[in-house]
Structures are given as C-alpha cells and as structure tokens.
Design a protein around this ligand. Structure first.
Ligand code: HEC
Length: 412
C-alpha cells in the first residue's frame, strides 16, 4: 500500500480513493485496440472503452459477448405478432362478429397487414428501449463528464476507463497497467459527488401520469357495464340537447296552445292550387259530377290510361275490369274474408258520370282505398277514359268493325 502511494506521488497523480475511474487517453484507434486486447487478457473486469465513432474490431478486442438485444427484439416481435392475431380474431369473430358477404369471420391472409404492423411496432419499440436500457439509460449524470480531457471523446480521442469497483483499482494496479499501454495520458477521474438518483418528483410523475391516463379507460369500462337513468355523459354535446317542442304537443308560447303551426291563412304550396274544380274534383260549374273530360281527349291519353289501369287497377279488377284480377283470385282461393271488387261492367258503374268514377279512384269507395297519392290527377282522368273504352268495347257490334276487317269477323 505504501509503495502504491509513493508511486502515485511520484507520477503526481491524485490517490485512487475518492475517484470514479482511472482514464487512459489514446490518440489513435489502433493504440486503443492494442490496449484493449491487453486489458482483456488481464484480470481487470470492470472497464470500458470510449470512441468518437464505431471502431471495427473493438468488440472483439474487448472480448465483448454477443448482446441479448436480438433476443429481446425477437421475443417482442413474436408478442406483437401473437397480439395482432389475437386482437383481430377476438374483435372480428368473438366480440363483434359481423358477417360481410358470407366471408369467414377470421381468415389469416386478410389480417396479415395488421399482424405485420404489430410485429414491426413491438420489435422496433423493444429495440429502441432495449438499446437505451442495456446502455444504462436514462442516466442523470455521469462522472466521466466531469473530466475536462474526456470531452474530446466526441471529437478525436479514444479512452479506456477502469472503474473503482474493479479489484485492481484500489491498489493502483489498474493505473500501472494503463500507464504501460502507450497512452498519451493516464489520469484519475474524480467521483461525482452529486446524486445519480433520478429526482423523486419526476419518478412519481412518471408513475402517476400513466396511471391517470388509464382513468378514462376505466370510466369507459364502468359505463359500458352499468345502467343509468341519467342522460349519457357527452364530452362534446353537439346538438343533442336543445330546447324544442315535439310535434303534436302543447306549447304555451302561442295563443292557441299548439306547438305545431298552421300555414298562414290562404297559403298555397307551389303547384297545389286546386283552382280547377273540374280537373281536381271532377265537378262541373253547378257542383254536380262532370260528364266531360277537363283535358284534350286523344289517343295518347287513352294509351296512358290503358297502361295505368293495368298497373294500378288490374291486380284486383282484372285486365278487362271483370273483377278477376290476380290478387282477387288468390284471396278467394285462400278463403280470406275478401270483399270482391265491383264488376266494372255492371250497370251501377257504367251509368256513372265520368266525374263520379274520377272521384272513386281519387278518394276510394267503401272498401277500396283512394289512389290520389299514387296516381297523378292527369293519369286518374286517363284511367276514366280507358274505362269508357272498355265499356264501349263490350257494347260493340259488327257495325263498329272497320270495312276492310269485316270479312275476318264472324257475326254471332
Ligand atoms: C286492392 C284491390 C283494388 C284495386 C287495386 C282497385 N280496386 Fe276498385 N274496387 C275494389 C273493391 C274491393 C271494390 C268494391 C268496394 C266495396 O264495395 O266496398 C272496388 C270498387 C270499385 C268501383 C266501384 C265504385 C262504386 O261506385 O261502387 C270502381 C269504379 C273501381 N273500383 C275502380 C277502380 C279503378 C279505376 C282502379 C284503379 C285505379 C281500382 N278500382 C283499383 C278493389 C280494388
């Protein structure tokens, strides 16, 4: 021990005690490599090398073992992969199965993108944090940073440090070893008197903030699994709650106490002015059923009437108006309590004025519903015209057949 002291005094260096490390400075990577090989083969255990850039062969010279990082990344990647599979399988086929076009609820090929992303994400995060943690990060301060000469480690100098926890340190053996390795300078680095502890406030913040971040999820889980008579909690209420009165309800604001307002007296919606009584109600000037048509009667109107009759009337009345439509036939076959449609060729109907028939189609008659909401005014008149043609056809005689076609018809 006394010998060490004299030697230390001889080189003018501070004592090993109270120091963090003994530092050797090199100005060429080759020197560093050679020095590292020597230390590797000595009994020194706690030491490290520092370089401004990656030096090839350094790991080997230092006898560094293969890092476990690849294994950590592999495991994390596999967890991500499994998580991706489970996530999609559980959400799509267990938690919320939703059949789309008969496709399987879970099929691997469709889920590969997410699985791939999860694998890469987990592996990348593990690699990132693994490098930091295995490298001793995050670290608040480092004693070597207190050494002025060590600053050049990020520029053009190479260092080897043997730390105070090594067995050769106290005795000065470490210093002697480094001095014999061709270093530019060998010097002690003082221990850092400041605490290396992570500040406790930050530590607590680091624990509490992530815990608080879980609170919204807890709230969601509890609300999803409980019932309440209170309105839902909305962070952004949008327009979910507004002051308004429902239709058909009372409202004290208006003198008549009704929430729904009537149109102002005399208001007529566009195109709904029912000025022409003949056209709209089938009435003549005296208020009797009109016997004439309110529009020009021509072949086009007749053709339209035939087509509309086939669409709207024939299902019940039959194409000829005899009351043998498909719906009627079926209803009778099934034995429903079906009121048979009136035979449109019965005298009770054929004697009616056009305006009366028009009214029956518009407003309905006893068991037959009105068709004014489905068939336009014009078309209802066209149907009346076609009915007239049907009646005329039944009453026809040989005299009605055109001359040139007469020889094809047999008079009975
Ligand atoms: C859903 C079946 C059904 C359809 C479709 C239907 N009707 Fe009728 N119709 C009836 C029935 C049933 C009666 C008899 C009502 C009764 O006596 O209660 C009737 C009666 C009538 C009468 C007799 C009115 C009277 O004064 O007694 C006329 C005319 C008539 N229909 C015309 C039409 C025309 C024109 C159409 C096409 C626009 C039509 N119906 C469509 C079922 C139908």
């Amino acid at each position: 021990m006394s010998q060490d002291m004299t030697e230390s005094q001889a080189t003018g260096m501070p004592q090993p005690a109270d120091n963090y490390a003994v530092l050797a400075e090199f100005d060429h990577p080759d020197d560093l490599i050679h020095a590292c090989e020597k230390i590797r083969d000595s009994e020194v255990e706690h030491w490290d090398a520092f370089t401004p850039f990656p030096v090839h062969g350094l790991d080997e010279a230092m006898g560094e073992k293969q890092t476990v990082l690849p294994w950590i990344v592999l495991v994390a990647g596999l967890i991500g992969l499994g998580g991706g599979v489970l996530l999609q399988w559980w959400t799509n086929s267990i938690s919320y199965p939703f059949l789309i076009s008969g496709k399987p609820l879970f099929s691997l090929p469709a889920n590969i993108p997410v699985i791939f992303e999860m694998t890469v994400l987990f592996a990348a995060l593990a690699a990132f944090s693994g490098v930091l943690i295995l490298g001793g990060m995050p670290r608040w301060s480092h004693p070597l940073h207190r050494k002025k000469s060590f600053m050049r480690v990020t520029a053009d100098r190479f260092f080897i440090a043997i730390f105070d926890k090594d067995a050769t340190f106290k005795s000065g053996e470490a210093e002697r070893l480094l001095a014999g390795l061709g270093a530019v300078e060998v010097d002690y680095c003082p221990a850092d008197p400041t605490s290396t502890e992570f500040p406790s406030q930050l530590k607590w913040a680091g624990i509490l903030i992530p815990l608080l971040a879980l609170a919204p999820f807890l709230l969601m889980v509890t609300s999803r699994n409980s019932t309440s008579s209170q309105p839902r909690f909305h962070v952004v209420p949008d327009m979910d709650w507004q002051a308004f009165y429902k239709g058909q309800s009372a409202n004290p604001l208006f003198p008549d106490g009704r929430a729904m307002r009537l149109p102002v007296d005399g208001t007529v919606a566009r195109g709904e002015l029912e000025e022409d009584e003949h056209l709209v109600f089938g009435l003549d000037d005296e208020g009797d059923y009109a016997t004439t048509f309110p529009m020009k009667v021509d072949a086009a109107l007749m053709a339209r009437g035939q087509q509309r009759f086939a669409i709207y009337c024939s299902p019940c009345h039959g194409l000829g108006g005899d009351g043998d439509g498909m719906v009627t036939k079926r209803a009778q076959e099934k034995g429903y309590g079906w009121v048979p449609p009136t035979d449109l060729h019965s005298e009770a109907v054929t004697k009616q004025p056009a305006g009366k028939i028009f009214e029956s189609i518009s407003d309905g008659v006893r068991n037959m519903p009105g068709y004014s909401s489905q068939i336009s005014t014009q078309d209802r008149w066209a149907i009346v015209l076609y009915l007239k043609a049907l009646w005329r056809q039944r009453a026809a005689s040989l005299a009605d057949v055109p001359e040139e076609a007469k020889d094809k018809v047999q008079d009975k």
